[in-house]
Design a protein around this ligand. Structure first.
Ligand code: DON
Length: 575
C-alpha cells in the first residue's frame, strides 16, 4: 500500500514538473490544422521569403526592428517589383520599447505643385482612367526613399550603407525568378512592355518574360541603389536620380519637377488609438483612412460576442457587413489629408458615435446602400501593395505597408534608373462621387490639390495587451485592406484562432458602394443562402489581401505569411 502511494506521489510530482516545464515551451495546439512559424529573438514576415531573410539577418547581426524593416523594404524593392518600391510611398508604424511609444511615419506620395482638381477629367468633364492610372500624370512625388531613411536615422541603429547593401547585391548579382514573378510578368506583358524602359528592365530580348528558375539582374536599379548608398536620399530628391526623373517627366508629359522632388516631406504623426475589449489598437492616421475606420468598426462590433455567433456564421457576417458599410460611407465623406482638410478623427473613433451608428443596424435585415450609377466598380486588374511585419528581441515592432498602387504602379520605369513610378494620384477623388479603381467614391475632402497626399486605405497596425505589443499586422488589397485587417484582428481577439488560422480564414468585404457583399471561397452554401434571405447581394470574390502578421506571447513569436500570395515567408532569428 505504502509503495503504491509513493509511486502515485512520484507520478504526481513527475506530471507537475512536466507541466511547469511546458509553460516555457511554445504553444503548439495539435488539435489545430494550421501552425504558425515559431521563433525567438525576432521575426520578419514579408511577401517574399528572400526579403524576410535579409531582415532576419540584420536582426541576427544586432540590428533592431527598424534596421531590419528598412533592409527588408529595400530588398522588396528589388525582389517584389510589383509592390516593393523606390518610386512609391507608404506608412510605417514603429513601436519603440526604449521610448515606450508608437510613432506613425507617413511617407505617402505628394501631388506635384502643378496638380489640380480636374486634371484627370477630359474635355467632356468625364474621368479619364488612362490618364489617372497609366500615364506619368498618375505619379505622385515618391516618398519611399525619404521615409525609409528618416525611419532609420531616427529609430534605427545601423548605417544606411549597411542596410542598403543586401538590396544592391540582389539587384546586381540577380535573383532566381519564382513562378509568381514570371507568371505576373507574363500576365501584364502588354501593359508593361508598352513602355520601352520597363520592357528593357523586366523582360528579356524581344519582350520575352523571364521563366521561373532563371536569374534576373537589374543593373539600372543597382545603379540607383548605389547612388542612394553614396548620397543618401539626396541622390533621389536632388542628385542624379532626380535629374533622370525630371528629364522623363519633361519628355513624356509628367508634372514632377525638381522643385517637387526637393520639397518632398516625410511626416511623423501621432497614431490613432482605440480600445477593443481591453486590447489597445494602434494604427495609421490620415493620410491613410485605415486606422480611423479599423477603430470605428471595432467600436461598433465591441458590444457583441462574435465568438458566440461563430466564425463564418450568417449572423456574424451580416453584422460585420452592416458595420463595414457605415464606416466606408463615412470614409467617402470625411476622410482626406489632414494637412489640407479637417477630419473629425475624434468623432469617428468615438465609442458614443459607434453606439449611435449601431442603432441604425438591424440584426435581421440588410440596410441597402445607395445605388451606384457608374461602370464596373471592381478593380480593373489585380492591383498590388505589400505589407511586412517585424519584431526584434528587444521589444521593438515595425508594421510597414507600402505601394506603387497598382501592380508595377503606372508601369513606367524612369529610363536609366530601373525605378517604377507609382500611379497613386488615382487614390484621389478625381470627380465627386465617381468611383476610382477600387470602386471608392470620394468628395471634397479627397480632391486633388498641389502637395496634398491622396487618401489611402493602408492599415499597418499594432495591438497591445497589458501595454505590451501583442499582434502586428497589415495587408495590401486597395479598399479591402481595412476590412481584411479588421477580420484578422477579430479572428485573433474574438475567435481565439492561432495567427496562421486567423490569416488563412476566408474573408468578406463590403464598402458601402457598390452595395455588394464580396465573399472569398470557403464559406458554406448554407451561410450564403441565409445571407441572401436577409437581403444581401453576394458576389464571390478573388482572394482579398495578403496579411503578414506576428503575435508575441510568453517569450515566443508566432508568425504567419498569407498563403494567398506565393513566396511569402516568415523568418525567425532563432528557433
Ligand atoms: O493606398 C491605397 O489605399 C492604395 N493605393 C493601395 C493599393 C493596394 O493595396 C493594391 N493592392 N492590392
Amino acid at each position: 500500500m505504502i509503495k503504491k502511494i509513493s509511486t502515485y506521489l512520484f507520478f504526481l510530482l513527475f506530471v507537475s514538473s512536466v507541466g511547469a516545464k511546458n509553460q516555457d515551451l511554445p504553444i503548439i495546439d495539435y488539435s489545430s490544422i494550421t501552425h504558425p512559424e515559431i521563433g525567438t529573438g525576432g521575426m520578419v514576415v514579408s511577401q517574399r521569403k528572400v526579403a524576410s531573410e535579409v531582415g532576419a539577418k540584420i536582426l541576427r547581426e544586432g540590428g533592431n526592428a527598424v534596421d531590419a524593416a528598412v533592409a527588408t523594404a529595400l530588398a522588396l524593392a528589388v525582389v517584389l517589383p510589383r509592390a516593393g518600391n523606390l518610386g512609391g510611398g507608404g506608412f510605417m508604424l514603429i513601436y519603440s520599447e526604449e521610448l515606450k511609444k508608437t510613432v506613425a511615419i507617413d511617407y505617402r506620395e505628394m501631388a506635384p505643385l502643378q496638380a489640380s482638381r480636374d486634371m484627370f477629367l477630359d474635355s467632356n468633364g468625364n474621368y479619364d482612367r488612362k490618364k489617372a492610372q497609366f500615364s506619368l500624370l498618375s505619379a505622385g512625388v515618391p516618398g519611399t526613399v525619404a521615409g525609409l531613411h528618416y525611419a532609420l536615422k531616427k529609430y534605427g541603429t545601423l548605417s544606411w550603407e549597411v542596410v542598403i547593401d543586401p538590396a544592391i547585391t540582389l539587384a546586381e548579382d540577380g535573383f532566381v525568378v519564382p513562378h509568381d514573378l514570371s507568371s505576373v510578368l507574363s500576365n501584364y506583358r502588354n501593359r508593361l512592355t508598352a513602355n520601352a524602359a520597363t520592357a528593357r528592365t523586366y523582360y528579356k530580348r524581344n519582350k520575352v518574360p523571364y521563366e521561373a528558375g532563371e536569374i534576373i539582374k537589374l543593373p539600372d536599379l543597382a545603379w540607383s541603389l548605389k547612388e542612394l548608398k553614396k548620397q543618401g536620399p539626396a541622390a533621389f530628391y536632388k542628385g542624379k536620380i532626380a535629374e533622370k526623373i525630371v528629364a522623363e517627366m519633361e519628355r513624356n508629359g509628367g508634372l514632377i519637377t525638381s522643385e517637387d522632388l526637393a520639397n518632398y516631406k516625410v511626416k511623423e504623426r501621432v497614431p490613432v488609438k482605440g480600445i477593443y475589449k481591453g486590447y489597445e489598437i494602434v494604427s495609421m492616421p490620415p493620410s491613410s483612412s485605415g486606422g480611423v475606420h479599423l477603430i470605428q468598426m471595432l467600436n461598433m462590433l465591441e458590444p457583441f460576442s462574435l465568438k458566440e455567433m461563430g466564425f463564418g456564421s450568417a449572423q456574424s457576417i451580416h453584422l460585420m457587413s452592416e458595420v463595414m458599410k457605415r464606416a466606408y460611407a463615412d470614409r467617402s465623406r470625411y476622410l482626406g489629408d489632414t494637412d489640407f482638410v479637417s477630419v473629425p478623427l475624434i468623432g469617428l473613433t468615438n465609442k458614443e458615435y459607434a453606439k449611435a451608428l449601431l442603432k441604425e443596424i438591424s440584426l435581421t435585415e440588410v440596410t441597402s446602400s445607395e445605388d451606384i450609377s457608374n461602370g464596373n466598380p471592381l478593380p480593373y486588374e489585380s492591383p498590388d501593395t505589400t505589407h511586412f511585419s517585424v519584431m526584434d528581441g528587444k521589444g521593438n515592432v515595425v508594421a510597414n505597408t507600402y505601394t506603387l498602387n497598382f501592380s508595377y504602379g503606372s508601369g513606367i520605369v524612369i529610363p536609366g534608373t530601373g525605378i517604377l513610378m507609382n500611379n497613386e494620384m488615382d487614390d484621389f477623388s478625381s470627380k465627386k462621387g465617381v468611383p476610382n479603381a477600387y470602386g471608392l467614391v470620394g468628395f471634397e475632402a479627397n480632391e486633388i490639390k498641389a502637395q496634398k497626399r491622396p487618401l489611402s486605405s493602408m492599415t499597418p497596425t499594432i495591438v497591445f495587451k497589458n501595454q505590451k505589443p501583442y499582434l502586428v499586422l497589415g495587408s495590401p488589397g486597395g479598399s479591402r485592406i481595412i476590412t481584411t485587417v479588421l477580420q484578422v484582428v477579430i479572428n485573433v481577439l474574438e475567435h481565439d484562432m492561432n495567427i496562421k488560422q486567423a490569416v488563412i480564414s476566408p474573408r468578406i468585404h463590403h464598402q458601402w458602394l457598390p452595395d455588394v457583399l464580396l465573399m472569398e471561397e470557403g464559406f458554406s452554401s448554407d451561410t450564403i443562402d441565409l445571407l441572401k434571405e436577409k437581403g444581401h447581394t453576394i458576389r464571390p470574390s478573388r482572394t482579398m489581401g495578403s496579411v503578414q502578421a506576428i503575435i508575441s506571447k510568453d517569450n515566443y513569436l508566432y508568425g504567419a505569411a498569407d498563403p494567398r500570395r506565393p513566396e511569402a515567408g516568415a523568418v525567425v532569428v532563432s528557433p
